[in-house]
Design a protein around this ligand. Structure first.
Ligand SMILES: NC(=O)c1ccc[n+]([C@@H]2O[C@H](COP(=O)([O-])OP(=O)(O)OC[C@H]3O[C@@H](n4cnc5c(N)ncnc54)[C@H](OP(=O)(O)O)[C@@H]3O)[C@@H](O)[C@H]2O)c1
Length: 312
């Protein structure tokens, strides 16, 4: 009896050259062995938000495992710098490519997905890392600010899954999609409602998409970081009161590194996770065992005492 197509990369075809394929490189310089034996060799990956922070570290990890990686974001300057930083991680036969993309714009996401499928002759891996934050009380938050965060963090991930998922189904080789969620999904973070809602919605989107696409050998999961040192995380880390509050809620009391998160993403993208789908993996020093952070003094400074005390 034929084995059912439940392996994430069952039937995949490896890139053999042609337009957009990588120039031949010398030997694998990160651990020996043939580059063709690397777990993600011949696979195409898209990393949104790949120009910085967690997305950039994920791109490096996927490149190290042999994938051809396309990083996407709005700032061309940021992307160019990131692509140069990633070059040393590119394995023989693979490429790194940068593409301008606003994840809140459907046509932009569709174009980025199409570009990401070119270097390896198909799209097999996606990391949805693009994200932003905001601080403000529910009773006074401007609607535009709510929409800005939801459009980027939640609708952006939906559009990424939509177009990348369709490309993976059409390719017929299965795949893995990983979204970067947050401890703000399960834990209340007072005065960060849009961010919390966007990440909770993202985790639900992950579960439903995993349920829908499993039949195509496509796995969908999220990683939930705690406080990680990045441009976004530094806003919190740079305030000693906020940092101390975060650290007090972590049994393993330190800030995370982008590599901590990328390690989990690398696992979820790779063959060792071939039976893992619809899951949210916490990488947070145990923060979700306790409570969310206190940033009330920021919200008070931004919106005033009346708004924080529920008066408008
Ligand atoms: N750092 C933390 O403590 C932490 C904790 C939990 C979860 N996270 C999540 O981790 C993810 C990555 O954040 P980070 O910490 O690595 O911060 P970061 O360095 O600021 O990265 C965010 C990236 O998203 C991109 N981006 C933002 N809006 C975009 C849009 N509309 N379209 C395309 N790209 C967009 C940014 O590039 P452009 O501005 O050039 O577009 C940037 O490269 C986010 O989803 C964040 O919510 C972070």
């Amino acid at each position: 009896m034929a084995e059912p197509n439940h392996s994430p990369f069952w039937g995949r075809t490896r890139a053999t050259g042609g337009p957009g394929s990588a120039p031949e490189r010398e030997a694998d310089d990160e651990g020996g062995g043939s580059p063709a034996d690397l777990p993600l060799a011949g696979l195409g990956a898209l990393v949104t938000g790949g120009g910085s922070g967690i997305g950039l570290a994920c791109a490096a990890a996927l490149l190290a495992d042999g994938a051809s990686v396309t990083i996407a974001g709005r700032s061309q300057e940021r992307l160019a710098g990131a692509a140069a930083q990633l070059e040393p991680h590119v394995r023989a036969g693979a490429t790194v490519t940068a593409v301008g993309c606003d994840v809140a714009e459907e046509a932009s996401v569709a174009a980025a997905v199409a570009r990401a499928a070119e270097p390896a002759g198909g799209l097999h891996l996606v990391v949805a890392s693009a994200g932003i934050g905001t601080v403000g009380p529910v009773v006074a938050l401007p609607l535009e600010e709510w929409r800005r965060v939801i459009d980027t963090n939640l609708t952006g991930a939906f559009l990424t899954f939509k177009h990348a998922g369709a490309a993976m189904v059409a390719g017929g080789g299965g795949g893995s999609m990983v979204a970067i969620s947050s401890i703000a999904s399960p834990l209340s973070h007072p005065f960060m409602a849009p961010y919390c809602v966007s990440k909770a919605g993202l985790d639900t989107l992950v579960r439903v998409t995993a349920d829908e696409l499993g039949r195509h050998g496509i796995r969908v999961n999220s990683v939930r970081p705690g406080l990680v040192k990045t441009e976004l995380g530094d806003h919190l880390i740079d305030d000693p009161a906020v940092l101390d509050d975060y650290l007090a809620q972590m049994p393993i009391s330190r800030t995370g590194t982008v590599e901590d998160v990328a390690g989990a993403v690398r696992y979820l993208c790779g063959p060792q996770a071939s039976w893992v789908t619809g899951q949210c993996l916490g990488v947070d020093g145990g923060h979700t065992l306790r409570r969310g952070p206190v940033v009330e003094h920021w919200a008070r400074a931004l919106y005033g005492d009346d708004a924080i005390d529920g008066r408008r």
